[in-house]
Design a protein around this ligand. Sequence first.
Ligand code: SF4
Length: 403
Amino acid sequence: MWRVIDYYPKNIICTNSICYSLKLLTLLMAGIYIHIPFCKQRCSYCDFYTRVAPRQINDTVNAIIREMEIRRDYLKDDFIQTIYFGGGTPSLLSAEQFQRIFETLFLIFKIKNDAEITFEANPDDLTPSFFESIHSLPFNRISIGIQSFDDDELKKINRRHTGNEAIAAFQNARNAGFRNISIDLIYGLPLQTKQSWEIQLQKAFELNPEHISVYGLTYEEGTPLHKLRELGRITSAADAEMIDMHLFMLPKMESAGYEAYEISNFAKSGFRSQHNSAYWKMKPYLGLGPSAHSFDGKSRCWNVSSIKNYNQAVFANEVFTESELLSTDEKYNEYVMVSLRTKEGVDMDYLQNNFEFKYVRNFELIAKKHINDKLLIINDKNISLTTKGILISNLIIEDFIVV
Ligand code: SF4
């Protein structure tokens, strides 16, 4: 059902030609991230750059389309393997706005026929009529921000949906033909008990999504939730409780058929997020929209974090992006930071092929200590965190950082 429809040029990639195979040898796979920085209301724990400003949505969609034209060469000739609409709340866009973005995307970039195309959504947007309106668009994956099925827990973090709405949203997505659905859950919510966490997991498994992302609640400075804790109006879960909830979840995920392929991400076989996996493998991506980040393999750049300034600059052909060339230290630090969070961990071949000897030596020396403490494990040519290591992953990763 979710196919590239007629107005998208289908012959962008000729999969039958010899040229295609030869080209694949020289061209990289890349991703495109599109940031939709709007929400209907702000959740009290969130520190992402988003605004409640519905009147600015259409101008920003136009600016994103213009940005694609301006930055059409950023990924050179790379094939696009993944497209991800994140936010914010992409499900606030109308079908017509999505359609205009897709038309430009497919005209400008070489999108693979089997590209993973995801959008993030809030449960209360996912009505049957919403799905009806987007049925001809090429989405093949949806990520639903459920967080919890418990109405009291949802209220405490100012989510705008109920537990029943979350279940209905999921079922509406299935009925609309989505066969690759991810849901987000959060543990350690104010007043959440271990029993409640067990119920949330159980409800998630009953829905049987292909992918589950799970985050421990953090109290980011500047958020309303952080303020409430400072004022003593809520209490955060103790570190030991957070560890307990994480440990409690791991065997449950496994017996429900989910592979822990990254610290916060669990997938049924064949349903890992290709988009996020590409980030973790340091593949290039183009980030479009206010505050979006991009990476071309050598440097990072980021768009201005202001909807107004971004929109104005894009249309005035002014600079709206800052960039920095990554030093070898930074590249090494990033590679170790992201790959140690994954099931496969650090690939020693990759390390040896991409970094000087001193970095490989640094990694080996520190890894040895943690392997002895059973916090890291060697698996053929890869070194990854053990379950014990996952619980203090931040401390272990910090140990490897080169400054
Ligand atoms: S809907 Fe998502 S992006 Fe928007 S405020 Fe809530 S958590 Fe943040």
